[in-house]
Design a protein around this ligand. Structure first.
Ligand SMILES: [Ca+2]
Length: 440
C-alpha cells in the first residue's frame, strides 16, 4: 500500500558512477536514512524510483543524496556546476508503515533544533571539491585560491578549479606524532601564510610569504613567530585565525599536563592573541603576554560572530565538550571543572555536548549561524549565534569532520577526517565538501 509519494530534485552529478540514497526528515527533526536505492549510471537527466518501508510515521520531507562510487584513475574531480545543470528527479514512493511504531535516528538523542529555525543553513547536498587527501587538517584561502594542510606529510596543497591538488611546499622540521604535525593555516591580507605545526622543540607558529600565482604558488623562507608551545601526542590545539581586529589568534592544548592550562606563564591550554609578527599587542589582558584566555583543555575551533564575539570549541575529557564565548582574560576552568559547572572564577560554556556526540574541531560563522565540525560525533552541527545553547545537526553522513571554513563566495567548506587512523575512510577520503548556505 502506498501511503504517500514524494518528489525531490537533485543536481545531476557531472559524470561517473554514483549511488543514491534517500534521506527522510521526521517531524521531530530527526533524520532517517534509507538504504542505497540505486546505482546510477552516467545518464542525464536522471530518474529513479524506489519504494521504502518506514518504521513509524511523522515523515515530513525527503531528499536525495548522491555519493560517487568510483573515479577512474587520473580523472579529475568535478567541480560544482552552477548553471544549466540538468536536474535529477528521484520519486520516492513510501510504502505502508510497519507496525513496529516509532523508531529511528532521533530516539534517545538530546533535543535539537530543527534546521529550519537557523538564521543561515545549508541547502543541497555536500559537493566534493577535492578528494583523496591524507590526514588533512585545515583550509585557508589566499586571493580565492584554497589551501589545505596535511598533518602527517606536512604538505601545504593548493586546490585547482578542477579539484586537482598541487604541492605549494612542505613545512620543514615537522616532528609530530599522534595529534601533532602540520595543523592550522591562516592567511593575512598581505598574502602571507601562517602555519601551526609540531617541531622538535614543541609546537610553533611560523609565517611564510606566498609567492607566485595560483597554479604555481610557492613558499618563501619561514619566519618563526612563536615556538616552545608545549606539544605531545595528544592535545596540541592548533587552530589559527585572524580576528576582526586584525590580530592572529591561536588555540593551544594542555599537551597532556592539565595544570598548564591554569599556569599564566605557560602557553599551553590557552587561546593566544598576537600581531602578525608574533608580538603581544598592547591591549592584551596581561602586558607582554600572548595569553588571551586560559583554562582550556584543547581548543581547535575559533570563529567570530558579526558583532565581534569570539566563539571557541573545546574537547572535553570524558564528560562535556564545550562551546565557549571567549572574553579577554577569562578562565574557562580546565582542569578544575569541565562543562557547565557554575563555579565562581570560571566562565561556563554556552553549550556542552557529550564527547561521543560531538568532539568539536573546526568552527565557522556565516549569517548568524555557527557551524561546528565534529570528529567523533561525525556531524556538522549548527548553532544560532543569538541562541547559542541550542544546536541542530545539518550533516551527519560524511564521517569525521575536522574543519569548517567560509569560502570567499559565501559557501561553507568542510574538511573530512577519515584517513588519520581513527576513521573509516571511503575510497575518496579525505575530502573537502562544499555546502551552499542560505543566509539572510
Ligand atoms: Ca571549560
Amino acid at each position: 500500500m502506498v501511503q504517500r509519494a514524494w518528489s525531490v530534485s537533485k543536481r545531476t552529478p557531472p559524470w561517473g558512477v554514483w549511488s543514491s540514497k534517500v534521506i527522510l526528515t521526521r517531524s521531530s527533526g530527526g533524520r532517517v536514512h534509507s538504504a542505497a536505492v540505486h546505482i546510477v549510471p552516467d545518464a542525464r537527466p536522471l530518474r529513479t524510483t524506489a519504494a521504502v518501508t518506514l518504521p513509524g510515521a511523522g515523515i515530513t520531507g525527503a531528499r536525495a543524496a548522491f555519493a560517487r562510487q568510483e573515479r577512474p584513475e587520473g580523472d579529475p574531480v568535478p567541480r560544482p556546476v552552477r548553471a544549466a545543470v540538468p536536474t535529477a528527479l528521484v520519486s520516492l514512493l513510501i510504502a505502508g508503515c510497519t507496525a513496529s511504531g516509532a523508531g529511528g535516528a532521533a530516539d534517545g538523542a538530546a533535543p535539537e533544533n530543527a534546521a529550519s529555525t537557523l538564521p543561515a543553513s545549508p541547502h543541497g547536498e555536500p559537493f566534493p571539491v577535492t578528494t583523496r587527501l591524507a590526514a588533512p587538517w585545515s583550509i585557508a584561502f589566499v586571493d580565492g585560491t584554497p589551501l589545505v594542510s596535511e598533518r602527517d606529510s606536512a604538505r601545504v596543497l593548493e586546490v585547482a578549479d578542477d579539484g586537482t591538488t598541487r604541492e605549494v611546499g612542505v613545512v620543514a622540521g615537522v616532528d609530530g606524532s599522534g595529534e601533532g604535525g602540520l595543523l592550522g593555516l591562516a592567511v593575512d591580507d598581505r598574502r602571507r601564510l601562517f602555519v601551526y605545526s609540531t617541531g622538535a622543540d614543541g609546537n610553533r607558529i611560523q609565517r611564510y610569504d606566498l609567492r607566485g600565482d595560483p597554479g604555481a604558488l610557492t613558499l618563501g623562507e619561514p619566519v618563526t613567530l612563536v615556538d616552545g608551545i608545549p606539544a605531545a601526542s595528544f592535545h596540541d590545539g592548533g587552530r589559527l585565525a585572524f580576528g576582526p581586529d586584525g590580530m592572529l589568534y591561536a588555540s593551544t592544548g594542555d599537551a597532556g599536563v592539565p595544570e598548564r592550562a591554569q599556569d599564566p606563564d605557560s602557553l599551553a591550554g590557552k587561546i593566544l592573541r598576537m600581531t602578525a609578527d608574533g608580538e603581544a599587542p598592547g591591549d592584551n589582558p596581561s602586558p607582554g603576554s600572548l595569553v588571551y584566555s586560559s583554562g582550556h583543555r584543547n581548543v581547535q575551533g575559533l570563529a567570530w560572530a558579526d558583532d565581534g564575539t569570539l566563539f571557541a570549541t573545546e574537547f572535553g575529557q570524558n564528560t562535556w565538550d564545550e562551546l565557549n564565548v571567549v572574553e579577554p582574560g577569562a578562565n574557562y576552568g580546565w582542569p578544575d571543572v569541565e562543562g557547565i559547572a557554575g563555579v565562581e572564577g570560571f566562565v561556563d560554556p554556552v553549550q556542552q555536548w557529550r564527547p561521543e556526540d560531538a568532539s568539536p574541531s573546526g568552527l565557522a560563522q556565516r549569517g548568524g549561524t555557527l557551524f561546528v565540525a565534529n570528529l567523533r560525533g561525525e556531524a556538522l552541527r549548527a548553532v544560532p549565534v543569538d541562541d547559542p545553547s541550542t544546536s541542530a545537526v545539518v550533516v551527519d553522513d560524511e564521517g569525521r569532520l575536522r574543519d569548517a571554513v567560509v569560502a570567499p563566495d559565501g559557501s561553507l567548506w568542510v574538511l573530512t577526517n577519515n584517513t588519520d587512523g581513527r576513521g573509516s575512510p571511503g575510497e575518496d577520503d579525505d575530502r573537502i565538501l562544499r555546502l551552499e548556505i542560505a543566509a539572510p
